[in-house]
Design a protein around this ligand. Sequence first.
Ligand code: SF4
Ligand code: SF4
Length: 679
Amino acid sequence: MDVSVALFISHSISGFENPGPPWILGGVTLLSLFFFIWGLWPKARVMAQAAKENRMDRPIRRLGNTLVIALAQSKMFKDGPVGLMHAFIFWGFLILLFRAFQFFLIGFFPGFQMILPGWDSVAHAYLLVKDGFVLLVILACLYALFRRLVTKPKRLNLSGEGIAILGLILAIMVSDILFDGAEIAAFESLAGWWTPLGSGFSSLLTGMEGAALNHVWQVGYWTHVISILIFLVLLPRSKHFHIITSIPNVFLGNVTQTGNQLSRLDFEDESKETFGVTRIEEFSWKKLLDFHTCTECGRCDVFCPALNTDKPLSPKQFTIDLRDHLNAETPNLLSKKKKEENQTGSSGTPAALLGGVIQDETVWACTTCGACEEECPVMIEFVNKMVDLRRSLVLTENRYPKELAGAFKSLETHSNPWGFPGTQREAWAQELGVKQWDKNHPTEYLYFVGCNGSFDNRGKKISESVVRALRKAGVDFSILGNREGCTGDPARRLGNEYLFDMLATQNAKTFKEQGVIKVIVHCPHCFNSLKHEYPEFGAKLEVIHHSELLAALIKENKLPVTGGATDETVVVHDSCYMGRHNKVYDAPRDILKSTVSPERIKEVDNSRERGTCCGAGGARFLLEETGPRISHLRIDELMQANPDTIAVSCPFCVLMLEDALKAKNLADRVKVKDISEML
Ligand code: SF4
Ligand code: SF4
C-alpha cells in the first residue's frame, strides 16, 4: 500500500505501539459523551416545551442562507481580518472533523487499515489542505489571543472560558503536528510535500531513538484525543455551544418575509391570562435557540444607535443576560414540583424577567432599526423579542413611559398619535384638489398618506410634493381622506398589539369595502405594515413606496426630469424600514442620479445596510430621549460628506434630522429633503 494512503487512514503500518487498549479510549469517550448529553439534554427539553413557531417554510432559501452565511461565512467578511480569522477557525474545524474521526479509528481498531486503491491523490490533497488549515487555525488562535489579551477591542469581553477554549484549539492543532512529525521521523519515506508541517517538525526530531519517537507520537495522539473530548464536555456548558447551534440557527433564521413582520396575538384565546413575554419560557423555541447561539462577538453592539448614544441597551448584553437567565431557570422549568409550585403560587416570587433581568429602559431604548440583526453572523433576531417584552409591559403589566398614555389614547380616539381630529386628515389635500377614492370609479392607485403626511406641517409639504410628482407623471390616484386611519404601526412597535389589532382591522375593512388593491405610500413604516402585516388582517395589497414608483416612472420616461439640474452636494440617508427591513436602497439613489450630477451624490461610511437610524423607529419619535440624541449622531456621520442637502425617503427621518440640524446650528447650511422634493 502507498505510504501516503496509510498515513491518511491509519498509523498501523508505522510499527509504532498502539495508543493503548481500546477500552481506555472507549471509557473516556463514553464518559465525555455522557457529560455532553447531560449538558445538552435539558436545553433541548426546554426548547421542546416552548411555544411553537414554524421555521421550516421556504427550505430552498434556508439552504441558500446556510450555504452563504453559515458555511461561506459571508457576514464575517464585512469585518476584515477579524472575520477572516474566524472563518479560518470555522473551516479548519470542518476539515479537521475527518482527522478527528481518523484518530478515534486508530484508537478503537489498532490494526485497522482502510485501503483505498487509487485514492492516493485524494489522500495527498486532504493532507495538504489539512496541514494548511492547521497552520491557519494556529495563526488565527494566536491572533484571537492577541486581541483578547493585548488590543482588547471594546466589543469583546475578556473571559477565562474564551482563553481556555482557544488553548484547547491550539492543543488540538499542535498535537496533530506532533503526531505526524513523530511518525515521519520514524519512517522517512512517509515524508512528502503533502505533509509540510509534519515533515518540517520531523526534522527537529532527527536522531531520536524509536522509543522516544513513539513517546512523542503517544503524546501527540492522546493530547489530540483528550482535548477533543474536553471540548465536547465544555460545548453545552459554555458560549461555545454556538459551534453546535449556529448552523441550525442560520438555517432556521427568519426568511418568511423581507420586512419587519411581527406576529399577531390571539385575543380570543380565553386560556391566556398574559400577553407578550413575562417569563423566559414564554419565548418561542427559536428565540431560546437564539440565546444559546450567541457567540458574544459584539458585532451587534458596534452599530446599535441606542448603545452608541449611551442608552441602557447593548444588544449583545441583552442576549447574554437572557441566555444566562434561561440557563439558571432551566432546572426549575424541567422540575414538575417547581412547576406545580409556580401554578399554586407557593414557590415564592419567581426571578423577574422584566424589571429584573432586563430593565424596562432597555426595552424602550430600542428603535427596532435592525442594525444588530444585519450584523449578527448567526442570524440572531432582536426586534421581535423587544416587541414581545414591550407587549408584556403594556398589555400585561400596564407599565410604560408616561408620554405613551396620551399617544395610545389619541390613536384609539382619533386614529393618529398626536390627537388631531380625524376630520382634519384630508384638509391638506383640499386646496390641491386631490381626488377622493370612489369605489364605483376607483383610480389605479390609492395614495395612503399616513398620519405624518396628513397632520404634521412639514409632513404635509412632502405629501404635496408627492402629489405634484404623481400628477406630472400622469399617475391615476386618489386618497381616502378622512376614511384613512393610522396603520397602527406605532402602536404595534410600542407593544400595544390590542390597539394595532383594532386599527389594522378597521383599515383592512375599509380597503376591502372600497376595493383597494394598489397602494402608494411615502412613509416606510406604513409601507412595511401594509405590505407585510396587513395580509394577516385580510388586506392583500400591492404596496409601492413613492421612491420605487418615481424611480420606475423616470426610467420609463414618464416623469420628465433634468439630469444634473442641481449642483448641490447631496448625501443619502437610508430609512431603516425601507433599507434594512425591506432592502430598498437603489430607488432613491436612481432618482437622485436623474437630478444631481453623479459626482455630487455622496455616501458616508455608515450607509445602506450599515446606515444609522435617525432615532424615530420603533415609535421612539413618541418617547422622550435621554442622553445624547441618536439624530445628532446621525447628523455628525452625514456631515462627513459636507453636504448641502440630505436626501431621505421617510417623513420621520426628515423631522428627526431637521431638528438635529437646528440643534447643531446647521439648519441654514444644510437642508433635509424628501426624495420627491428633489425632483
Ligand atoms: S434594533 Fe437597533 S436599536 Fe434595537 S437593539 Fe438592534 S441595533 Fe439597537
Ligand atoms: S447577538 Fe450575534 S452579533 Fe451580537 S454578540 Fe451575539 S452572535 Fe455576536
